[in-house]
Design a protein around this ligand. Structure first.
Ligand SMILES: Cc1cc2nc3c(=O)[nH]c(=O)nc-3n(C[C@H](O)[C@H](O)[C@H](O)COP(=O)(O)O)c2cc1C
Length: 271
């Protein structure tokens, strides 16, 4: 099957692994799907044009010798782009103490030289993983711009007062949604949530009382140790400039490693 208008081509049913073993697994797998490997054709559709050579992203283009000015420049560009509807959507990766990873999208709610802020349920899977292993990675990709930013660092909870302020700045349905959802836990049906929501609406719907922020809901700050800027190029010689915090033994030679400002060094990585 190939998509004509969609930039995707799939080739269904060409690679089948082994016999159909529905009975062996004791499950009712759809025969037409079981063991099918959908192969995305590399030569059709998905090879979109990136940038011309004139748009290479070089060290001279950096907004500053620390990563925050550059992040701001790219983030604001993404926010203004008419085809990017949620420039602040970002993939957040966490891991258990044993290093088993998990990733999901969250919305960036603030950033500054101290780090990157997002809000969630502290008892969710990500919250539990961050409690036992307070490190995370963020990955933004703004496809129309062919720009990506990767952030790695340690994670701290925001103060209760900052979480309160943000919680109460949200629309009432979002506040109630945060209260009624035990995020990441199994639930019998959607109706359970709808009923809980109705009870909350009766109590708080008039707006006469403030919805208290649940103690298990609040913000995190990802304090960056590494921030990489990736600019895709049509010739596949993509640009990657990575900033990292200068450590003992990091001696910038101006060739591979460059001295940055405010305790940062930066280097170009092979694409
Ligand atoms: C674009 C987008 C933005 C999202 N933003 C948030 C967010 O800011 N906070 C949040 O807790 N979940 C957000 N979610 C839902 C998460 O992706 C995820 O389903 C939820 O946080 C549970 O993840 P966990 O079980 O790994 O903890 C968002 C989902 C999408 C697709």
């Amino acid at each position: 099957m190939s998509g004509d208008s969609a930039s995707l081509s799939v080739d269904i049913g060409v690679v089948r692994h082994g016999p159909h073993v529905e009975g062996d697994l004791g499950c009712k797998c759809e025969e037409s799907w079981f063991g099918v490997h959908i192969k995305l054709q590399p030569h059709v559709g998905m090879r979109t044009k990136y940038k011309g050579e004139s748009e290479a992203f070089t060290e001279e283009d950096l907004k500053g010798k620390e990563p925050f000015s550059q992040f701001r420049e790219w983030f604001e560009e993404a926010c203004k782009h008419p085809s990017i509807l949620e420039a602040n959507a970002v993939c957040l990766a966490t891991a258990t103490r044993d290093g088993i990873p998990s990733a999901r999208q969250v919305l960036l709610k603030g950033y500054g030289t101290d780090g990157f802020r997002f809000f969630t349920n502290y008892d969710s899977r990500k919250g539990r993983e961050l409690a036992e292993n307070p490190r995370a990675a963020l990955n933004f990709y703004w496809e129309p711009l062919k720009k990506a930013v990767r952030v790695e660092g340690h994670v701290e909870k925001l103060s209760a007062s900052e979480s309160d302020d943000y919680f109460h700045s949200r629309p009432l349905p979002s506040q109630i949604g945060a209260v009624v959802s035990e995020q990441s836990k199994p639930i019998a049906s959607r109706n359970v949530l709808i009923s809980r929501e109705a009870v909350m609406m009766e109590q708080y719907g008039e707006g006469s009382k403030q919805v208290p922020r649940p103690k298990h809901w609040g913000g995190y700050l990802v304090v960056p140790e590494v921030i990489e800027f990736w600019q895709g190029q049509t010739n596949r010689i993509h640009d990657r400039i990575q900033f990292r915090r200068q450590k003992t033994g990091d001696e910038p030679d101006g060739i591979l490693l460059h001295q940055g400002d405010c305790g940062w060094v930066y280097e170009r990585l092979s694409p």
